[in-house]
Design a protein around this ligand. Structure first.
Ligand code: KIV
Length: 263
């Protein structure tokens, strides 16, 4: 695979070619995902749940994320490495800049931050300093206690318009990518069509520019309730690399997500 950059994702969007993204937390799985053709790897703060066994992403520290970023960075060569800013990194501009700096030094090529239109200032500060940003909207897991659970966002027209407006504001502030989690497919399509930057979806329907899943969900090692948008690619695969290849080719062919994975 040729080195994936933000320009690669923008070109894919312009060409109407979907791209695949997957979480990764260590060198071996990062290597396997990249070999399968997956364009973007995310060191997600989901590591708090799938690796550390917490009930949410909130306990994950900057040191935890830096550690896993260094591991993934050693295992990958060409995929674009996106990394989550942990809970409360956005509590002040100073902290945001320092935390993003630590992630970039650890190997991040794009940082992801949760927050709505009010994050515009922070995103402007980051991009001014050369840090590319993905803004995560819709279901933002760091706000799970405020949201009252892992619930679909943007079902009502007013909330859907607010998410679309927030996305526009954050792109205007400098966000290079938008990630939309758990929203109706109609909103996923509307946001992707309205913006010039790539939109990555998870539970956001088939029409976003890219798709992302948590690696453990792709491999069927999820415990507890399985979200509707998840597909276990191990069911038909020979082995783990084959599951990654099947996920990648289903995204490329727009076979995933299917109607049953959408809201
Ligand atoms: O932390 C994570 O894995 C994420 C994905 C759910 C997109 O943010």
């Amino acid at each position: 695979m040729k080195t994936v950059t933000l320009s690669t994702l923008q070109a894919a969007k312009r060409a109407g070619e979907p791209f695949s993204c997957l979480t990764a937390y260590d060198a071996s799985f990062a290597h396997a995902a990249e070999e399968a053709g997956i364009e973007v790897l995310l060191v997600g703060d989901s590591l708090g749940m799938v690796l550390q066994g917490h009930a949410s992403t909130l306990p994950v520290t900057l040191d935890d994320i830096c550690y896993h970023t260094r591991c993934v960075a050693r295992g990958k060569r060409a995929s674009l490495l996106m990394v989550d800013l942990p809970f409360m990194s956005n509590s002040s501009s100073e902290r945001l800049l320092q935390d993003a700096g630590a992630l970039m030094r650890a190997g991040a090529e794009l940082v992801k931050v949760e927050g709505e239109a009010w994050m515009a200032h922070g995103i402007r500060e980051l991009t001014r300093r050369g840090v590319p940003v993905c803004a995560h909207l819709g279901l933002t897991p760091q706000s799970v206690y405020q949201l009252g659970g892992y619930k679909v966002q943007g079902r009502e027209a007013e909330q859907a318009s607010r998410i679309l407006e927030d996305a526009r504001t954050l792109v205007e502030a400098g966000a290079s990518v938008i990630l939309l989690e758990c929203v109706p497919a109609s909103l996923g399509r509307a946001v992707s069509e309205a913006l010039e930057v790539p939109v990555i979806g998870i539970g956001a329907g088939p029409d976003t520019d890219g798709q992302i899943l948590v690696m453990h969900d792709v491999l069927g090692v999820t415990h507890g309730r399985t979200p509707r948008f998840v597909k276990n690619f191990m069911v038909e695969a020979d082995d783990i690399p084959d599951a990654f290849r099947r996920y990648h080719s289903d995204v490329k062919a727009r076979r995933f997500p299917a109607e049953g994975h959408c809201f």
